[in-house]
Each structure stands twice: as structure tokens, then as C-alpha cells.
Design a protein around this ligand. Structure first.
Ligand SMILES: Cc1cc2nc3c(=O)[nH]c(=O)nc-3n(C[C@H](O)[C@H](O)[C@H](O)COP(=O)(O)OP(=O)(O)OC[C@H]3O[C@@H](n4cnc5c(N)ncnc54)[C@H](O)[C@@H]3O)c2cc1C
Length: 467
């Protein structure tokens, strides 16, 4: 227990839990990661509150009336950490499917293997030449770039940026690339290896193995959410669903919920979006509220298209930089697991999960997005006109907080908000709790949940989330 014994001794009453030592808000991967660590450490005095009636957060999955399963956007489960591997093994056992990534880009009327810059040989000759010229031309050094747009030009040259990086990234981020910083990039964008690019062209070789997610596991049952749902059995009555946090009285250390219930805590770990959290603290703080206005985000529509049609394709997912489709990515979701289609019958059924982002810079009509998605699938040759009659299910998920944009003012904002909260024993972590896209995947989330618990109890340093 170490430091825990120095914390206020609380009375834990399972029937009416109104006091707890560590209170976790949000049962997405970060909150689950924190709770799982407490469970592993055999700690008794904690609670996990979630506003929805299910766990999983943005990594939850849903089954529609026709029997298709949908994720909140294409989730690829890959891991940078042994601890997360062990978590997966504990949750799934052997109930998973292993996939080799087959990712493609649809543009100029053809499929180009991902990553684009390593497979230039698929381009028409003139464009291939422009891209190669752009790569060897003198230009800004990446370290001199002041924003993401300048960085893409510095790294990939003018033509690769113009044909692919600019349009694709605007479709994903729905924000001007000039307003994004470059510090988040790391392994998220495949950079340039000139010798490899030339050798691929000369030897007519497909280069598809780049990156951390070239092999990935997928739960056999329950979509991506199938990874997290087994955790509820471990947490028992410490997991409180349908509990939406509304206010935090930080001086008294009391969390107040929408249903007017209250929980007194000693340490608060929250995973809900940080911009919203800044408005929940009472007494309020103008400095953090002002800083939180510089935390920008992308929203998204996830459109599921369920088909009564066999799909003979091993493609996992596809990227779409062109404006003849609204989506930036489509996942061949029936291929991930047969259980994502009705009766597990991929001989008869298939499904596409299509993601379109939106923001004040990129407005998208919710009323029209399903129809435009179907048009986009036809324009990209994923569906023929005849296939439209084979669509037996359409599903829409509107995700308000989808991507935490690494905006130019993000780091400054975090350096104001996080210390203020932590001085008051409030620890905000996770994709939107920490607002760092570079550590916003499921493995990072589980790890930041684990590390914040270890820090609270043992005073150890966190390594994944750094302010
Ligand atoms: C489109 C998309 C694609 C993605 N692709 C991948 C991928 O390929 N690979 C990968 O590893 N990850 C991917 N992710 C990221 C993955 O979903 C996140 O890592 C993860 O869900 C973040 O977990 P979290 O717990 O930090 O936040 P969340 O999942 O957002 O969980 C926060 C939880 O807090 C709850 N909550 C919010 N407000 C309150 C309140 N007031 N009171 C109580 N509870 C509240 C929410 O309901 C939610 O359950 C993707 C995400 C998106 C949106």
C-alpha cells in the first residue's frame, strides 16, 4: 500500500459507495487500465464510474438490428508494451484472429499499396517523376519546419505532399495542416528512405511492411470492444455504470453526478475530455478554462454499410485522399472477424465501415452522409451500382470527440491545465483526458491508466504520458 496509507482513510460501503480512495471517471481503455492495475495490486478502496451503460469508451463496439457489429472507426490492436500484450492475453485468451496488414490507397483510378511514398511505382509515369523530383529537390529541413504542413513538404517534397499528404491529412484532421504542430509525428507517419523508394521502383517491388501495425490481432467476438468487456467481471461492484460526472468540488474533494449522487474521493483519475473537465471544476478557474479553448479536436461520422454479398478481398483497410468520397478510411470489417457479420456467415455477408471527419473547417451534413458514403463507395469501385440493392443495413455513429488535434497551442495549454489539476489531486489521462494523439491509442491508454495508478500509490514516474 505504501503511500496509500497516508491518504485519508475512507469508509467503503459497497451498497452505497459514497467514499473512496481512488475514484476513476470513464470506463474506456484508460479507465479500465487504471482499474485493472488496482485489481492486479489487490487494492480495495477504489471505484470506476462510467456515464454509459457499457464499458469501452471509443473502443466499444455495437451490434445493429441486422446482426452486423460495428466499431467506432477502424481499430487496429497493436502493442508497444509487454504489459499490454499480457492484458490482451488475459482478456482474450486464444479468442482472437491474427491479421497481416493489407492497406491500400485509392487514387487516380487505382489501388496503391500503403505507404504511398514507398510505392510510387504504381503512379502514372509523369506523376511518379514529379514525386521523385520533389524528393530530391533542395528544400527546408524537417527540423526547421514550423508546422505539420511545412514538415510534410520538408520530408516528402512538393509533389507527394500535393498529391497525397495534404488532401489525405485534411480529410482526416479536418483542420488546416498549418495549424498543427509536428512534434506528435514519431512513428505515426512513415518517413522517407530514398534508397528504399528507388529500389522499389527499379525492382518493381511492393513495399507494404512498414510500421508498427503491419501485423495485428482482432477479437474473435464482439468487435474491438470484445477486448475490454471481459474486464467488467474483474471489477464487480466497483464498476458503476450510468454514472455521469457533472461537477468536481475540488476543495472538498467531492464528485457530483448527474443523478445528484456524490462520491468523496482522495485522488481523482479522470479520462473524460479535458476541455469538458476544465468546465466542471468548482470553484472554477479562468486560467484553465481559457487554456482549454486551445485544445482543438476533430469529430467524426462512422457509417456502417452491411451487405448481403460475399466479398472476396483480403484488404484490411483503405485510405481515400480524393474528394470523390467523403471518407478518409474504409475498413473491410467482415474480414477482421466473421462474427462482425450476421450468423458469422461471410459466404453471404460483408461489411464496410467508413469514417468521415468533420469540424468547423470541414462541415459535413449528418442527414446526407450515409448517401454520400454510398456514392463514395461506388466512385471508389468498392461497390458497383448493382451492389446498392444488396445493402441490407446502414448504421451511423456520431463521435463528437474523435481525434485530439495536435494544434500549435496544445502543449502550452497542457502546461497550464495539467499542473493546476494535479496540485488538486486530479489526474487527467487518456486520448482526450491527456489530449496527446501520439499516446492516444488503446495500448497507450491502458498503459497511462496503469502508470497513473502506480504513480499515485508508489510515487513512480510515468513514462508514456509526459506533460
Ligand atoms: C476513429 C478512431 C479510430 C481509432 N483507431 C485506433 C486504432 O486503430 N488503434 C488503437 O489502438 N486505438 C485507436 N483509437 C483510439 C482508441 O479508441 C482510444 O485509445 C481509446 O478509446 C481511448 O481511451 P480513453 O479511455 O482514454 O478514452 P475514451 O475511450 O474516450 O473513454 C472515456 C470514457 O469516459 C466516459 N465519460 C465521458 N464523460 C463522462 C462523464 N461526465 N462521466 C462519466 N464518464 C464519462 C465515456 O463514456 C468513455 O467511456 C481510435 C479512436 C477513434 C475515435
Amino acid at each position: 500500500m505504501n503511500n496509500l496509507k497516508h491518504l485519508t482513510k475512507t469508509i467503503y460501503n459497497q451498497a452505497n459507495p459514497s467514499m473512496t480512495n481512488i475514484l476513476i471517471i470513464g470506463a474506456g481503455p484508460t479507465g479500465i487500465g487504471a482499474a485493472y492495475r488496482l485489481w492486479q495490486r489487490k487494492e480495495e478502496d477504489w471505484l470506476l464510474c462510467e456515464k454509459e451503460d457499457h464499458l469501452g469508451g471509443l473502443a466499444a463496439s455495437f451490434r445493429d438490428e441486422k446482426g452486423f457489429t460495428w466499431d467506432i472507426g477502424g481499430h487496429v490492436m497493436f502493442s508497444h508494451y509487454e504489459y499490454f500484450d499480457d492484458f490482451i492475453n488475459h482478456m482474450l485468451g486464444d479468442a482472437y484472429i491474427s491479421h497481416l496488414r493489407e492497406a491500400y490507397i485509392w487514387m487516380l483510378d487505382r489501388w496503391i499499396p500503403y505507404p504511398f511514398q514507398n510505392n510510387l511505382r504504381y503512379l502514372p509515369e509523369k506523376i511518379q517523376e514529379e514525386c521523385l523530383k520533389g524528393l530530391i529537390e533542395d528544400r527546408l529541413k524537417p527540423e526547421e519546419a514550423r508546422n505539420f504542413k511545412e514538415w510534410t513538404y520538408a520530408v516528402f517534397g512538393e509533389a507527394v505532399s500535393r498529391y497525397f499528404m495534404d488532401p489525405y491529412n485534411f480529410k482526416v484532421w479536418a483542420h488546416p495542416l498549418e495549424e498543427m504542430c509536428k512534434e506528435w509525428i514519431g512513428e505515426r507517419v512513415s518517413v522517407v528512405d530514398y534508397k528504399r523508394i528507388l529500389s522499389n521502383i527499379i525492382h518493381k517491388r511492393d513495399d507494404v511492411a512498414w510500421g508498427p501495425n503491419n501485423q495485428f490481432k482482432f477479437p474473435l467476438h464482439g468487435g474491438t470492444g470484445g477486448l475490454f468487456s471481459p474486464a467488467s467481471k474483474l471489477f464487480g461492484q466497483k464498476l458503476l455504470l450510468n454514472r455521469e460526472l457533472e461537477k468536481i468540488y475540488w476543495k472538498e474533494k467531492i464528485a457530483v453526478f448527474k443523478d445528484k449522487s456524490e462520491i468523496r474521493y482522495d485522488k481523482l483519475v479522470t479520462t473524460l475530455p479535458l476541455d469538458l473537465l476544465c468546465k466542471m471544476v468548482e470553484p472554477s478557474c479562468e486560467d484553465i478554462e481559457n487554456a482549454s479553448r486551445n485544445l482543438v479536436f476533430t469529430s467524426g461520422y462512422i457509417i456502417g454499410i452491411g451487405l448481403k454479398k460475399r466479398l472476396n478481398s483480403r484488404r484490411c483497410w483503405m485510405y481515400f485522399p480524393q474528394d470523390d468520397s467523403p471518407f478518409y478510411r474504409v475498413t473491410n470489417f467482415g474480414w477482421y472477424s466473421c462474427n462482425n457479420v450476421p450468423d458469422g456467415d461471410t459466404e453471404q455477408y460483408s461489411s464496410y465501415m467508413c469514417e468521415t471527419s468533420y469540424s468547423s473547417f470541414k462541415k459535413v451534413s449528418k442527414d446526407e452522409i450515409t448517401e454520400k458514403t454510398i456514392d463514395g463507395l461506388v466512385n471508389s469501385r468498392l461497390l458497383s451500382k448493382d451492389d446498392i440493392s444488396k445493402i441490407i443495413s446502414t448504421y451511423i455513429i456520431d463521435v463528437k470527440h474523435s481525434y485530439p488535434v495536435p494544434g500549435l497551442k496544445r502543449n502550452k495549454a497542457l502546461s497550464i491545465i495539467q499542473p493546476w489539476l494535479e496540485e488538486r489531486d486530479i489526474f487527467s489521462r487518456g486520448r482526450f483526458g491527456g489530449w496527446k494523439y501520439e499516446v492516444g491509442n488503446m495500448d497507450h491508454s491502458v498503459m497511462t491508466g496503469r502508470e497513473i495508478v502506480d504513480r499515485i500509490i508508489d510515487n513512480t514516474e510515468e513514462s508514456v504520458y509526459k506533460i
